[in-house]
Design a protein around this ligand. Structure first.
Ligand code: ATP
Length: 968
């Protein structure tokens, strides 16, 4: 795409094309006719042709634009600068209309691929969120669901640009959208996703351009049912790089599976008699055995796990790795000259050991294997001749066997995965994801590059057809006013390659079928046939090379190995050998050829098979709605944050990105049938629809009412310029969102009102319930309080009463005690007083009595003595007076009177004592009840009293005795 040097005036900011750094920016100093002098920002003055100068958009947003069709100046430096700005901000995705450009970040950016992101992109309108691979997958999915049409996503880019990673993301997102419940432990989408590590282990290898380069093309068809759920899947692979099995260059590696197996657990290493990769010829041609940051041992286990998930049984896995090990051993069978001329035999014991191990692992006959490698059977009409091969040919035969076995193994894996995932015959539609090698142009380009570039030509044509050709056809059909948009149609290159008869592929097949053909004869044939073809170039200095002017540039091919690489037949000896293996798995890899084909032609060409495959692929793609993702590799160092301008510009040119931008801007990339247009955008101008039944006029009115310029109205469709649809959609979204807001507002008001009424009612009843409950609680509390007070009162009363009772009883007891004590004291005092009185009376009585007695006795004595004397005197007188008896008798009567008196007194005393005792008994009886305790005392007192009584009795006794003595 060449820029149009508009607005180039002195002082304007411009870009200048520079072959080394791609672009230099600066300010125009001078314009001299067709030459411009620029003061570049890199500090030098540059003089360039006016046609190499492009205006710079000084008002472009600082963060770049997410769709390049939005750029004010659409030219290469503008596009590059935009990508660069975004890449520096880690915005690796940018749209170019409907094409997504993905720049490999060479660093993990998990935040842009997590579940949250998937959720965000699910159902989001295209262009609403920032560009993303999920957005493309979402568009494809929605289009499939809404229109019921199959879609395809074509991922392209050069090796290491990130196609496989992008494809994986697409598959992950589609699995997320169409995932379904787990059945039998694993889902279809799980199997589809897990097929990636299995295919990567066997089809990927480290190359100089990518540490995990897919050495095959892949088209994954994901089938969906009516509900949009994944119901099946099919994987188609294209052109596995067979030569890598036997030949690798430093610092590349062979297919990952070989290294994985060499890092397997020890028992497997021993079982397959393996060792370090450096001990195997197929691996040690390069010094690179390990990958930085990758553990082969870990990957081996991961691959086995993935194999389990995709449905490869344990037994099959064992057989697969046995065959892989056998290939490694086959590679170590070296040959030396045999005894016969031009014959060969295993070189040494080491070669024999590997031959034997390979035979064991493939479960075929050792001798048959040796013969298959060292001999050829020639069938002539006359006889069957066995011809020996020289060591060089034996090595070629050996490598041929290894390549055939490996490619059959790879095909088996793909078939197995397809069978295991299963196809859905009732699938409504599918989404195909194509991850195919990008355009390749190296120093030496062989048959592989030729096929790869052929594929890219095909895809470019599909792209052209979709983007340009069909577009312009449509313009004509719809009779809109348009000017022809120039684009490079590559049909002539495709004719050069695939035309039948006469194309390069056909000529190659022809050459392969003639035994005497060599690459020189083939090249000559090409030179002759395409002498005048403008896309075919014969290099001046070479006799076998040829160049093709591809859409992305000229590529020089070396035809040396074209013939060999194009031959796709299995040497019959190899077929017979492995067909007779005792291992059913190996036999399965080499099914017997159909009788006819083996007879008619043993030859089949890789080129024409590949051509056929591509044809089928194109048919599939043509029946789908395509979406394009162009992966870009920002640098060859495979490091993040390095943006190599020239390299990227080249990729953008090759990928047709710039061309697509140009066409998008020059043409009418969006169109809609009138009906659909009115249906969709009628709401932008309701007035335009009123009373108007002509759709075309209505469409025009709608567009005019919005004020869009530059659109076209065809016979049945409205044609819009790039970005106009977005503008219309934005307006529509605005109208819809205003309407939606209005409706939402109303509905929300209504709902809120309803909610409010219900809420109020509920609140009131809740409040009344609450209040009721609170009152109940308060009442309950009051009742409880009253009860508590009552209980407390009663308790206290009871307690006080008890205390009082005790106190009362105690007081009574004390009072009683005290009173009793006082009474006792009084009683005692009275008793003592009484007793004292008695004692005193007794004593006095006694003393008086004693005194009286003494006196009386004395008196009596003295009287007696006296009377005696008187008596004696009288007696003497009486005697003398002799018997004066009368006097004596009188004395005697007097004495008797006295005794009577004394007896009366004794009786009186006795009666007094009885009265006293009676009073005493009465007193005791009275006091006995209250003074139980004092009984003893009283007893004592009684005793005392009785003693007193005794004492009282004593004088009485004495008195009685006295009376007795005196015989009263
Ligand atoms: N989106 C991404 N995020 C992070 N790293 C990425 C991304 N895309 C690619 N890469 C890195 O780039 C490497 C190469 O990517 P990938 O294998 O997808 O390239 P490719 O285009 O498929 O190459 P080939 O054609 O050789 O198979 C990956 O191994 C990965 O490290």
């Amino acid at each position: 795409m060449q820029g149009t040097p508009v607005n180039i005036i002195v002082g304007s900011h411009v870009w200048v094309e520079d072959s080394e750094v791609a672009w230099i920016d600066g300010e125009v100093e001078k314009i001299n006719g067709q030459e411009v002098v620029i003061q570049a920002t890199i500090g030098k003055t540059v003089t360039a042709k006016l046609s190499k100068i492009y205006p710079k958009d000084v008002e472009a947003p600082a963060g770049g634009v997410d769709d390049m069709t939005k750029l004010s100046y659409l030219h290469e430096p503008g596009v590059l600068q935009n990508l660069k700005i975004r890449y520096e901000l880690n915005e690796i995705y940018t749209y170019t209309g409907n094409i997504l450009i993905a720049i490999n970040p060479f660093q993990r950016l998990p935040h842009i691929y997590d579940a949250h992101m998937m959720q965000q992109y699910k159902g989001a309108p295209f262009g609403e969120l920032s560009p993303h691979v999920f957005a493309v997958a979402d568009v494809a999915y929605r289009a499939m669901i809404n229109e019921g049409k199959s879609n395809s996503i074509l991922v392209s880019g050069e090796s290491g640009a990130g196609k496989t990673e992008t494809t994986k993301m697409l598959m992950r997102y589609l699995a997320y959208l169409g995932g379904r419940a787990v059945t039998e432990g694993r889902t279809v989408e799980q199997q589809v996703l897990e097929s990636n590590p299995v295919l990567e282990a066997f089809g990927n290898a480290k190359t100089v351009r990518n540490n995990n380069s897919s050495r095959f093309g892949k088209f994954v068809e994901i089938q969906f049912d009516k509900q949009g759920r994944i119901s099946g899947a099919a994987i188609r692979t294209y052109l596995l790089e067979r030569s890598r099995v036997c030949q690798i260059s430093d610092p590349e590696r062979n297919y990952h599976c070989f290294y994985l197996l060499c890092a397997a657990p020890q028992e497997e290493i021993e079982k397959y008699k393996l060792g370090h990769p450096k001990t195997f010829h197929y691996l040690n041609q390069s010094k690179c055995f390990e990958l930085v940051g990758i553990s082969d041992a870990h990957d081996y286990l991961a691959t086995r796990r993935a194999m389990d998930i995709v449905g490869i049984s344990e037994k099959e896995q064992e057989a697969i790795f046995r065959v892989v090990a056998a290939i490694l051993h086959i590679g170590n069978i070296d040959f030396t000259k045999g005894k016969e001329v031009d014959s060969s035999v295993p070189k040494d014991d080491k070669a024999k050991f590997h031959l034997k191990t390979a035979a064991e692992l493939l479960m075929c006959d050792l001798k048959a294997l040796e013969d298959a490698l060292c001999k050829r059977v020639m069938v002539t009409p006359e006889e069957v001749i066995k011809r020996s091969l020289d060591p060089q040919s034996a090595v070629t035969s050996r490598d041929g066997l290894a390549k055939t076995v490996y490619s059959r193994l790879f095909d088996w894996l793909v078939n197995k995965i397809n069978n295991s995932i299963g196809q859905d015959p009732n699938s409504r539609s599918l989404i195909g994801v194509l991850d195919i090698y990008g355009f390749e142009s190296f120093k030496t380009n062989s048959f592989e590059q030729f096929c790869i570039n052929f594929t890219n030509e095909k895809l470019q044509q599909h792209f052209n057809q979709h983007v340009f050709k069909m577009e312009q056809e449509e313009y004509t059909k719809e009779a809109i006013d348009w000017s022809y948009i120039e684009f490079v149609d590559n049909q002539d290159v495709l004719d050069l390659i695939e035309k039948k008869p006469g194309g390069i592929v056909a000529l190659l097949d022809e050459a392969c079928m003639f035994p005497k053909s060599t690459h020189e004869t083939f090249a000559n044939k090409l030179y002759q046939t395409f002498k005048t073809h403008k896309r075919f170039i014969k290099p001046k200095l070479s006799r076998t090379d040829f160049a093709v002017a591809h859409y992305a540039g000229e590529v020089l091919y070396q035809s040396d190995l074209f013939l060999d690489k194009n031959k796709d037949y299995v040497i019959p000896e190899h077929q017979d050998l492995l067909g007779a293996s005792k291992c059913p798995f190996v036999v399965g890899l080499f099914p017997p050829l159909p009788e006819e084909s083996s007879k008619s032609s043993k030859f089949s060409s890789i080129g024409s098979r590949f051509k056929l495959q591509l044809q089928q692929l194109m048919e599939t793609l043509n029946s789908t709605e395509p979406h394009y993702i162009r992966c870009v590799k920002p640098n060859n160092l495979l490091k993040p944050a390095i943006f190599e301008n020239v390299n990227i510009m080249q990729q953008l040119r090759c990928g047709g990105v710039l061309e697509a931008i140009r066409i998008s801007c020059a043409g009418y990339p969006t169109r809609k049938p009138f009906f659909e247009f009115i249906n969709r955008f009628g709401l932008l101008s309701p007035a335009a629809l009123e009373g108007n039944y002509d759709e075309k006029v209505a469409c025009k009115k709608i567009l005019d009412s919005i004020g869009l310029k530059g659109y076209q109205i065809g016979k049945t469709k409205v044609f819009l310029r790039a970005g106009q649809m977005a503008e219309l959609d934005a307006r529509r979204s605005e109208v819809l969102s205003t309407a939606a807001k209005k409706i939402q507002r109303r509905i929300r008001t209504h709902q809120a009102q309803k909610r409010f009424i219900v809420l109020r009612k509920a609140t009131i009843s809740l409040q009344s319930i609450c209040r009721g409950r609170i009152s109940c609680k308060v009442f309950d509390n009051l009742r409880r309080e009253a009860a508590a007070v009552k209980i407390q009162k009663n308790g206290r009363r009871y307690y006080s009463r008890n205390i009082y009772k005790k106190l009362h009883v105690a007081a009574l007891a004390v009072q009683t005690g005290l009173r009793a004590m006082a009474a006792r004291k009084k009683f005692r005092f009275r008793k003592q007083t009484k007793a004292a009185t008695i004692v005193q009376a007794q004593w006095r009585c006694h003393r008086a009595t004693s005194y009286y007695k003494k006196l009386k006795n004395g008196v009596i004595l003295s009287q007696t003595r006296w009377r005696g004397r008187l008596a004696r005197r009288e007696l003497r007188k009486l005697k003398m007076a002799s018997r004066e008896t009368g006097a004596l008798k009188e004395a005697k009567d007097m004495l008797e009177k006295k005794v009577e008196e004394l007896t009366y007194r004794v009786q009186l005393e006795k009666r007094l004592r009885g009265d006293l005792e009676e009073a005493k008994t009465q007193e005791i009886t009275k006091l006995q009840s209250s003074m139980e305790e004092m009984r003893k005392k009283s007893m004592k007192q009684m005793r005392c009293l009785s003693r007193n009584a005794k004492l009282q009795r004593k004088p009485l006794k004495k008195l009685l005795l006295l009376l007795k003595k005196h015989k009263f």
